[in-house]
Design a protein around this ligand. Structure first.
Ligand SMILES: [Zn+2]
Length: 229
């Protein structure tokens, strides 16, 4: 069977991680987050990790060539022979072009939801600083208001979850990703999906749409890794 390669894009809070995990489970491919890969390289103090660390410590984005190298190393591993679901990559047009040269995408999913829906989701989040459990004031409230069910610690809101911060990050996502979105549109690989519904409803719908796209793939399509640009 040819590999299944999906990228999942969307503004913060739209549910990228949840959808990406569901896609990975359905098609039995690894769910790869480049943020997570970088953290692993950094904590293992590999050569790449050391390079990446200097940028992370300064709070700036890790440059394309380092992220690309980390990704390339991972995609060529045995684990990724069946394909991948990428989350958090590509962020730039250069990364999207690079990915096409090493392991071309089948479907690029853009999850969308109106800002007010995302604000409602995120600003209701409550965290337990002690055990890390996550709640939602409306959809997953603790038994006793403001108190963690698991460990009894007082729950907190994260500063990043403030509506004004969420709105800024929403705008930034669309500014930063417009080139990448256009790129996948031109290639006929873009799948825009309305993720404003609850993910329990959205996930089966999205999986069906991805299956349709995959079954329409030309069977002769060459998925030859390592092809140079
Ligand atoms: Zn707790």
């Amino acid at each position: 069977m040819s590999p299944i390669r999906v990228v999942v894009m969307g503004p913060p809070g739209v549910g990228k991680g949840t959808y990406a995990q569901a896609i990975a489970a359905r098609f039995r491919v690894p769910h790869i987050s480049t943020g997570e890969l970088l953290r692993r390289e950094i904590s293992a103090s590999t050569e790449l990790g050391l390079k990446a660390r200097s940028f992370v410590e300064r709070g700036v984005l890790v440059p394309d060539e380092i992220v690309n190298e980390v990704l390339c190393k991972h995609l060529s591993s045995e684990e990724c022979r069946s394909g991948y679901v990428l989350d958090g990559y590509p962020r730039t047009l250069a990364q999207a072009v690079f990915l096409e040269t090493i392991a071309p995408v089948d479907v690029a999913v853009l999850l969308e939801a109106p800002l007010e829906v995302i604000v409602e989701r995120i600003s209701g989040r409550l965290y337990c600083p002690s055990c890390g459990r996550v709640y939602h004031a409306r959809w997953r409230p603790p038994t006793v208001e403001g108190i963690c069910d698991s460990c009894g610690a007082p729950l907190v809101r994260r500063r990043d979850d403030d509506p004004s911060v969420v709105a800024t990050r929403f705008k930034q996502f669309y500014e930063a990703s417009s080139e990448v979105v256009k790129f996948y549109m031109r290639l006929g690989k873009l799948l825009v999906f309305d993720a404003s519904v609850d993910s329990s409803i959205g996930i089966p719908l999205l999986l069906k749409k991805i299956e349709e796209r995959l079954s329409a793939r030309p069977h002769t399509e060459a998925a030859r890794p390592g092809q140079a640009a």
